[in-house]
Design a protein around this ligand. Sequence first.
Ligand SMILES: Cc1cc2nc3c(=O)[nH]c(=O)nc-3n(C[C@H](O)[C@H](O)[C@H](O)COP(=O)(O)OP(=O)(O)OC[C@H]3O[C@@H](n4cnc5c(N)ncnc54)[C@H](O)[C@@H]3O)c2cc1C
Length: 285
Amino acid sequence: MFPSQFAYHRPASVDEAVKLLQQDPDAKILAGGHSLLPAMKLRLAAPSALVDLNRIDSLRQIAVNGNVRIGAMTTYEQIYEADDLKQVLPILKETIYQLGDRQVQARGTLGGSLAHSDPGADLTAVVLALDGSVTAVGPNGQRTIPVSELFVDLLTTSLAPDEVITEVQIPRPQGKTGMAYLKHRHPASGYAVVGVAAVITLGDDGNVGAARIGVTGATSKAERASVAEEALVGKPLTADSIASAAALAADGLDINGDHYASADYRRHLVTVYAKRALEQAAGQL
Ligand SMILES: Cc1cc2nc3c(=O)[nH]c(=O)nc-3n(C[C@H](O)[C@H](O)[C@H](O)COP(=O)(O)OP(=O)(O)OC[C@H]3O[C@@H](n4cnc5c(N)ncnc54)[C@H](O)[C@@H]3O)c2cc1C
């Protein structure tokens, strides 16, 4: 299958990319292309032009001093191989291990994954559970968007068409923090039928100080399982408290069904994977 005709631009800077996007409202950013190009070949997307960010080297940096900062064009493979990043946020490497295949890992980018907001993507839920945010640059300058406000709906974000995500920031975990991401993988596509990321931090009193649970695959966009989170905070972390909280993980979520997995089945999977992810995170404390 062939995409419809498009112009191709390869800017050398973010400012140039923004100008190109501003000049053509139907242009789209090209990052790894592993979501956009299939959509174009299926004619689900027909941009008039592609603005390819691959030559902007400044978008491929990883910094782990203080808060973690990852350039939007950093590929999954580069994140997987960054040993200093693994020390601080091992969940990223664990997630990428479960994501797609070698080709997808070599080309797909963190910024592209977040900007695409695919309902079955993995890193959306993980960055949500890590309380991450993105820096977006547009014609009016730069702004920071918490990912909780970035994902709006199915394949829809709060980015303007002429805004470029340049960087993803993740607060450095404080104190005793455990984190895990587990997913029920679709046997054909490898995407998450349901995926759950859990990040738990103990307070000074030994009880749960903070708990964040990101859910993907089940709803139209990655969501926090806030009812389950609230059930954990301020209490001792025990097998019983984890089981009770996990049983609430689908509460308040508008769960979708399809021909592969009904809404009821996905609801069940959310509770099962929440329990497993919480147990795995708790095991690190
Ligand atoms: C066979 C296959 C299996 C896959 N399996 C998985 C899986 O298991 N889990 C998973 O999570 N994903 C999976 N993916 C998707 C993959 O992770 C994509 O790479 C990702 O969704 C998009 O990243 P990208 O860099 O390829 O973005 P692109 O495809 O280039 O772009 C995606 C969208 O984001 C926009 N965009 C990209 N970068 C930016 C930016 N910096 N600022 C603003 N907008 C931007 C583009 O304009 C486009 O609309 C799979 C893909 C394939 C082909």
